[in-house]
Every structure is written in structure tokens, then in C-alpha cells.
Design a protein around this ligand. Structure first.
Ligand SMILES: [Zn+2]
Length: 509
């Protein structure tokens, strides 16, 4: 968005023009801490002298080697030794930091600047300056936030639609920092003094202050102990519309009666968006779980099973789902589930089978079989799946991507299923219902893989369903759970192929 000059002037009025001493010190001691060098030179007599770029002193040195680290004899800084005779065309250091200050215009607002700093040692190393380039400007006023930025130095400013962190975008290849001390100073006496910012550390807190400026409820959610809700919102997790961010009081914000708020305060139960969603769903179907039950159900189901849950909601209420899963997971058949959310997966598959077999699921005895595992094994036996050429073509297209997940480790390998025939054979050989997944798999709704022994590459062994990079289920013969060595293989596979590597480059000082 283009910015008119008058508007830009209005924004810039909130910011001091100069880079102050505290910022200069922060850059010297934190952002460019490793940008300290001792340049060595030899006199005619062979004595080596060093010049420290930090304290700017010259002194006699023992023989220092090019590129070794040493501490300056004068200022004790850790420095990198550079032989002054060597070329240093590329000796430049760069860093980025976010610095907070009060607004000069609005006494309850705060500001932040994203600043890139740069030192160039390619010329005279005794005259190196630190260049400061403000690349982003943030303004946090009550109910109103703003970011302007420029990608290239000295190009004109533009307004952003929303607050973003440069450390994740244009500066992601530079070491990024932000000063929490500058925040502590900036918030004093402003709207943000009691915002509980101290509890957070995400993307230089820019998105946190964005939320806190727009929604006063951030402060009281945090004080109620629900910082996890704020963290999930900051990292963009699904919020299930469980919260009314503009609510004026906690009961309006959480859409909960006052006694449930009191229960949260007293018991410190950890409420997630998903558990609030389940709570509200049970109000809708009239089965009225209390918050504690909804939280428990959220652990039995887990958010990534939401779609399975929706299938069941067509036939019954939240309370009945809750009781049934609890019972199936707790009873003597527990050995079939090492993780409660598997119950709902089995149940959903079982219901799909019942529908194919035209069984009447409106009957309670069919919808809630006493022994779910066994009832599912029975439906699996009765269903015959057919090959499908159209689906085979779709699967073949998907394999280009899915093959990159193939993996081998300690005598096992995993690869995607290659056709509907293989899926049906796999289901028949292992006596489980994976044959019913052909359409979903072909259309990209889910990913089905087979685990085989390297020594028996053609023999069905274990089948794995993966959704959104999460292992959804992994079953062997008759829905047996993975044995220890298979589980170890699955863990190694998860680590190698499904886990995103974290960046871990951001530092707060
Ligand atoms: Zn020094």
C-alpha cells in the first residue's frame, strides 16, 4: 500500500530521529558482538603488533595466527585474528535487531523499529563505522497497530496490511535479535505495562503487542493462566472460533458461565481452543459437558481427529461420544489402543463399514458395540473391495510427491501404497480395513504407506496412515499395534521425514 507524505510524517512523528546510545551499545555488545577483530602486522624486527577494532588500541602480541580466536590484551574482548596483509574484500558483518521505545506523540502507545546494522572491514580497518538502517517501523496504539517497511535500503516506505516479523521474512538470513530490556523501558506507564508480555517470546513480541493493542482480553486471559491460548494464537494454530476476542469480560470472551471461569481460576485446568470447542458443541447438542469433562474429552480425541469426531456427531451427542470412548479405552481390550485417540479412528472406520454393509446405525447396539475392536474386525471380514482403474491413475500421480517420504532403517523400509489392488491386498492379508481407504488416498485426503521387512519386501507387514505430517494410525495383522522394533522404525522415520526442522536463530537479550 502506497503511503502519502502527510501520513508518513504523521507516523514518523512517533519516533525519535536519532539512534541513541543504548542502541549503539546494544549493537556493540549483543548484535555485532562477534564483529571484533585484531589485525596483526609485523615490524622490521619481526615483532608482531595487533590492533583491536573494539578498543582501538595497538599492542605487542605473541605470534597470533590468522583466523584464530583470542582475547584482546587491552580490553579482554574475544576477537578473531586477521593478518592485515591478507585480502579482506568480503570481511563484512551484518545483524538485525528490533528495538522498542515509547511513542513521542501518544503517551500510552509504544513503538518498535527493525534495524539492520552493517560493518565493512574491506577498507581501512581503523576507520570502520557501524551503519544503521531502519527497515521496519511498528506502532502499537490502543485499538490500532501499524507496520511500514521497505525491502531495500533507502527505497520508499510502504504500509503493511498486518504486523509481521522481518526476522521470518526479509531478514531470515541474518542473525536477528530483540531487546527485552528496551521493552521493559518502553512499556512503563503505557497501555502495555500490565500486558504480561514477560511471559512471551515469539517473533520479537511484535505479534503479541499487535494482539494486546487490539484486544484487552489478552491481559486477563494471561492472568487467568491461559497463556497457552495466546501462544497458540500467535503461532497461528486453529482457534475454532472458541473465543470472542472483542468481549469485554472473561465470561463473554471465553463464552463460559461465571462458575466455569471460577473453576479455571481455582483448579488451573489447562483449557485449549479444542476443549472450548468441545464444550460449546456439547451445549449445542444439549448434552452439556462441564469444562472438566470437555478438557478430558479433548485429550481422548485430540484436535487432529476433528474430522472423525464430526462423522460421529452426525449420529450421537458429545456426552455419549465421551462416555463411549472412555469406556472402550479403559476396558480390558486396552491392548488394542496405546493412545486414546485411536479409539475414535477405529470407531469412525467401523461406522463407515456399517454403512457399506447397510447396517442400521440408528440402533444403539450397532452404533455402540460393547467390544468395538471385535465389532470392527467382523465388519472388515464382510466387506469386499474392488479394484478401480480411475483411482489407480490418481494414485500414480500422487506417488511423485509421496515417494520422497520413502525411508529405510535397520531392516525395515516404508513407501507409499502404489495402487488400489495393493491397498485391498494389504487389507486382506493383514485383516484390517485399509482397503476402504482407496478413494480418500487417491484424492489426497490421506496418505497410506506400507512398512515392510527388507528381507521380505513383498509381504504385507504394517500399514500406516499419515495426515498433515502426523502418524494417524499404524497397524499390523488384525490391527495389532507396532512391536518395539517397528515402533523404533516409525520413530526414526518420523524424525527423518515428518519433523520440520526448527530455525533456532533468534536470540533475545
Ligand atoms: Zn581491545
Amino acid at each position: 500500500m502506497k503511503l502519502e507524505k502527510s501520513e508518513l510524517d504523521e507516523i514518523l512523528a512517533h519516533f525519535p530521529e536519532k539512534i541513541n546510545q543504548a542502541m549503539v551499545d546494544y549493537v556493540t555488545d549483543v548484535v555485532l558482538l562477534s564483529s571484533r577483530y585484531i589485525f596483526t602486522k609485523r615490524s622490521g624486527s619481526g615483532q608482531q603488533y595487533g590492533y583491536c577494532t573494539h578498543c582501538k588500541k595497538t599492542f605487542k602480541t605473541p605470534n597470533l595466527k590468522h583466523n584464530e580466536n583470542t582475547s584482546c590484551l587491552e580490553c579482554q574482548s574475544i576477537c578473531t585474528v586477521k593478518a592485515s596483509g591478507r585480502g579482506r574484500k568480503y570481511l563484512q558483518d551484518r545483524g538485525y535487531f528490533v528495538w522498542y521505545e515509547k511513542s513521542l506523540v501518544n503517551s500510552i502507545a509504544i513503538t518498535a523499529r527493525g534495524i539492520e546494522v552493517y560493518r565493512d572491514y574491506s577498507g581501512d580497518y581503523k576507520k570502520v563505522q557501524t551503519d544503521f538502517h531502519v527497515t521496519a517501523i511498528y506502532l502499537f496504539e490502543p485499538g490500532k497497530t501499524l507496520m511500514i517497511d521497505r525491502y531495500y535500503w533507502n527505497s520508499s516506505w510502504r504500509k503493511r496490511k498486518s504486523i509481521i516479523s522481518e526476522s521470518n521474512t526479509s531478514k531470515k538470513n541474518i542473525r536477528c535479535y530483540y531487546s527485552r530490556e528496551s521493552i521493559a523501558e518502553a512499556v512503563k506507564g503505557t497501555l502495555f505495562q500490565y500486558s504480561t508480555w514477560e511471559k512471551f517470546d515469539h517473533n520479537e513480541l511484535l505479534e503479541f503487542f499487535d494482539l494486546a493493542a487490539k484486544y484487552p482480553c489478552i491481559e486477563y486471559l494471561s492472568k487467568l493462566g491461559l497463556t497457552n491460548l495466546i501462544k497458540d494464537k500467535l503461532v497461528g494454530r486453529k482457534t475454532y472460533s472458541a473465543i470472542n476476542w472483542r468481549g469485554k469480560t472473561l465470561d463473554k470472551v471465553l463464552k463460559l458461565p461465571k462458575q466455569e471461569i471460577k473453576a479455571i481460576r481455582d483448579s488451573k485446568i489447562s483449557v485449549s481452543y479444542f476443549s472450548l470447542y468441545l464444550y460449546h458443541q456439547s451445549k449445542k447438542d444439549g448434552s452439556n459437558l462441564d469444562l472438566k469433562e470437555a478438557v478430558h474429552l479433548s485429550h481422548l480425541v485430540e484436535p487432529f481427529r476433528e474430522d472423525d469426531l464430526k462423522v460421529l456427531q452426525n449420529y450421537t451427542t458429545m456426552r455419549k461420544i465421551y462416555s463411549y470412548i472412555k469406556k472402550q479405552y479403559a476396558n480390558k481390550n486396552k491392548k488394542h489402543y496405546y493412545h486414546a485417540p485411536q479409539v475414535i479412528g477405529t470407531w469412525k472406520d467401523y461406522i463407515a463399514d456399517c454403512k457399506k454393509l447397510e447396517m442400521d446405525i440408528t440402533q444403539e447396539s450397532i452404533l455402540f458395540p460393547t467390544y468395538l475392536y471385535k465389532a470392527h474386525q467382523d465388519t472388515i471380514k464382510k466387506i469386499k473391495y474392488k479394484e478401480d482403474q480411475e483411482l489407480n491413475e490418481l494414485i500414480a500421480k500422487r506417488l511423485k510427491v509421496l515417494n520422497s517420504y520413502s525411508f529405510e532403517y535397520k531392516g525395515f523400509f516404508i513407501r507409499p501404497v502404489i495402487s488400489t489392488k495393493e491397498l485391498i491386498d494389504e487389507g486382506n492379508a493383514l485383516s484390517h480395513c485399509v482397503g476402504g481407504y482407496a478413494k480418500q488416498y487417491a484424492k489426497g485426503g490421506t496418505d497410506i504407506f506400507v512398512i515392510r521387512k527388507v528381507s521380505e519386501p513383498d509381504k504385507p507387514f504394517y500399514t500406516v496412515e499419515i495426515r498433515n505430517n502426523v502418524i494417524y494410525q499404524a497397524y499390523g495383522f488384525k490391527n495389532e499395534l507396532p512391536t518395539k522394533d517397528v515402533q523404533a522404525f516409525i520413530d526414526a522415520f518420523t524424525k527423518a521425514k515428518l519433523t520440520k526442522r526448527s530455525k533456532g536463530r533468534k536470540v533475545a537479550v
